[in-house]
Design a protein around this ligand. Structure first.
Ligand SMILES: Cc1cc2nc3c(=O)[nH]c(=O)nc-3n(C[C@H](O)[C@H](O)[C@H](O)COP(=O)(O)OP(=O)(O)OC[C@H]3O[C@@H](n4cnc5c(N)ncnc54)[C@H](O)[C@@H]3O)c2cc1C
Length: 294
């Protein structure tokens, strides 16, 4: 399909981005890598008259880490840059893995974490690890800034609480305490090129005896939005998990799903794989975290 005419603006400051959004508010979209948005425009699903690119905005591609602040991923940081970042690889391996295996090299070089979240696909690969890490978004608009917990962000397939004139300035991820482990596992029929049919992410933090203080589990592609598995988390917290408990937690994760049959997988296959992957993810998180128990 031939795309209708539109104008691309390339401001170099966030101030200017917000001005342009306000000026063209009736038919405007923020553009980052364009790997989702331009597909939708080509398909005729959206047809904004104005695209405001974030790609020249100074400082928006920065990825920084400090113990006091945790990880801060700029609103235009590329998936590939996040996946290769040394701090992300060392301290946030579930996110590094998601950013390194999703899509293709070309897409990872163009696409961004902010775009992946703003797109709000149930299958978004960065969402589950970021939910497991307890991440928040910093959203900015003319009226000011607000922090949105990722658990409150997604409201349905392609839907979120982000306002049309808000820009994700950054994604903030808390500093993982000592004796923490995290992992992300995904399945797709065509390996990396295809969107995940199932994704499971986990985070575990242990006390000095090896008991779980904190557990977070999140799923992708098995419900209308990426979801946390609160029941499974509660089963694991306070325990030294064994095979039986891991299997019970896996079953609790399945109860958190609302999968559908689609071209990628059947709902029953998705449920079965959630059980398997959740057990593996939890075991991997525990092993990693226990590596730090003295
Ligand atoms: C061949 C192919 C394979 C893919 N494979 C995968 C995959 O395996 N896993 C997966 O999760 N995704 C996949 N995708 C989807 C896509 O690449 C990702 O979702 C990507 O991270 C989107 O980022 P982007 O910067 O390109 O977003 P864009 O296309 O620029 O924007 C997407 C949406 O987010 C909004 N937006 C972007 N940045 C911001 C911001 N900072 N603030 C506010 N709103 C913003 C835009 O207005 C738009 O509505 C694939 C896409 C293609 C084409």
């Amino acid at each position: 399909m031939v795309m209708p005419h539109f104008t691309v603006h390339q401001p170099d400051s966030l101030e200017e981005v917000l001005d342009l959004l306000g000026r063209h508010r009736s038919s405007v979209k923020v553009l980052c890598g364009g790997t989702d948005l331009l597909m939708k425009m080509k398909a005729g699903a959206v047809s904004p008259d104005h695209l405001i690119s974030l790609n020249r905005v100074k400082g928006l591609r920065t990825i920084s880490y400090a113990e006091s602040d945790g990880l801060v991923i700029g609103g235009a940081a590329r998936l590939a840059e996040v996946g290769k970042n040394a701090d992300v690889k060392k301290l946030y391996p579930a996110l590094a893995h998601a950013c390194s295996v999703m899509a293709t090299v070309q897409i990872r070089n163009m696409g961004t974490v902010a775009g992946n979240l703003a797109n709000a696909a149930p299958s978004g690969d960065t969402a589950a690890p970021l939910l497991a890490y307890g991440a928040s978004l910093v959203a900015v608009e003319r009226g000011g800034r607000r922090q949105i917990k990722l658990t409150d962000f997604f409201t349905g397939p392609g839907l979120s609480v982000l306002e049309p004139l808000e820009v994700i300035e950054a994604i903030r991820v808390p500093d993982p305490p000592p004796r923490s482990g995290s992992a992300y596992m995904r399945l797709s029929a065509r390996s990396k090129v295809d969107i995940a049919a199932v994704g499971v992410a986990g985070f575990i933090n242990l006390d000095l005896e090896g008991k779980v203080i904190r557990c977070r589990l999140a799923l992708a592609s098995v419900a209308p939005t990426p979801v946390r598995c609160l029941e499974a988390e509660q089963m694991i917290e306070g325990q030294k998990p064994d095979e039986t408990l891991l299997a019970q937690a896996g079953a609790a994760c399945v109860r958190s799903c609302r999968p559908i049959d689609d071209v990628r997988a059947t709902a029953s296959y998705r449920r079965a794989m959630v059980q398997v992957l959740a057990q593996r993810v939890l075991a991997k998180c525990y092993e990693q975290a226990a590596g730090g128990v003295s």
